[in-house]
Design a protein around this ligand. Structure first.
Ligand SMILES: [Zn+2]
Length: 242
């Protein structure tokens, strides 16, 4: 069936505002306004926005008090009602046509992280969850970002060696315990990782516990540097955070 016939049968709607738009995966003006893109100044480590510019590479109190295992995280938008709608659609409703949109956002947010030497890799799902969801949304994002930037992508550097209960509704400490030791570098990937810069891709960052657990496993396997690039970040606890 042609695109025109499909559009006539199922006119495309903005995934944020629900208004009719000219084509699939396009956002309406109201949709764009509802999203909050993260701009500098922010914590040099976890990327949480600051209300004022404290200088380059200044870290937030929580990164200073307990430094995460990753080096830097950058996120495209604040996780709020608008970005939640987009991500839920992408994750659970097969709206994978949003991947190139998110890839564009990730490329912009990660411009200072990504180099030609970087290896992009997704946060892995446990095989049981992969089976129920049918696809790993982070892997789709990683592939779309690689296509857009030309950076290499490796889909199987990490394995989730232990199924973990969903992190939702857990405190920051409980999240850390929940994912501790849940990830390992796959045997075939060890040689690929040594001395390299790895960029982990995920859709949402809450406390960073999963990202830290992944970074720990990659560094144990010899990665020189591990950064994270995320579509939407929960924002609380920054210095005068928005
Ligand atoms: Zn921080």
């Amino acid at each position: 069936m042609s695109r025109h016939v499909l559009d006539a049968l199922m006119p495309p709607h903005c995934p944020v505002s629900g208004e009719l738009v000219a084509g699939p995966s396009l956002l309406s003006g109201a949709g764009w306004i509802a999203l909050h893109f993260i701009e500098e100044p922010f914590c040099g480590r976890c990327g949480i926005p600051f209300a004022a510019d404290y200088g380059d590479d200044v870290e937030c109190p929580s990164c200073i008090a307990s430094p995460p295992a990753f080096d830097r995280v950058r996120a495209a938008v604040v996780y709020d009602d608008a970005s939640h709608k987009l991500i839920v659609g992408f994750k659970h409703s097969d709206r994978t046509e949003l991947a190139p949109v998110f890839a564009q956002w990730l490329a912009r947010a990660g411009a200072s992280l990504l180099t030609v030497q970087s290896i992009i890799t997704p946060t892995p799902l446990h095989p049981s969850r992969l089976l129920s969801r049918r696809y790993n949304q982070s892997a789709i994002l990683a592939q779309a970002l690689s296509k857009r930037t030309g950076a290499s992508v490796a889909l199987d550097l990490l394995e989730r060696v232990r199924a973990t209960p969903p992190q939702k509704n857990l405190s920051a400490d409980a999240r850390q315990r929940n994912v501790a030791g849940a990830f390992a570098v796959s045997e075939s990937a060890s040689a690929q990782i040594k001395g390299r810069h790895i960029v982990l891709i995920d859709d949402v960052l809450t406390t960073g516990a999963t990202l830290s657990a992944c970074a720990r496993a990659l560094k144990k396997a010899g990665a020189a540097r591990v950064d994270g690039l995320i579509v939407a970040k929960v924002v609380k606890g920054g210095i005068g955070a928005i």
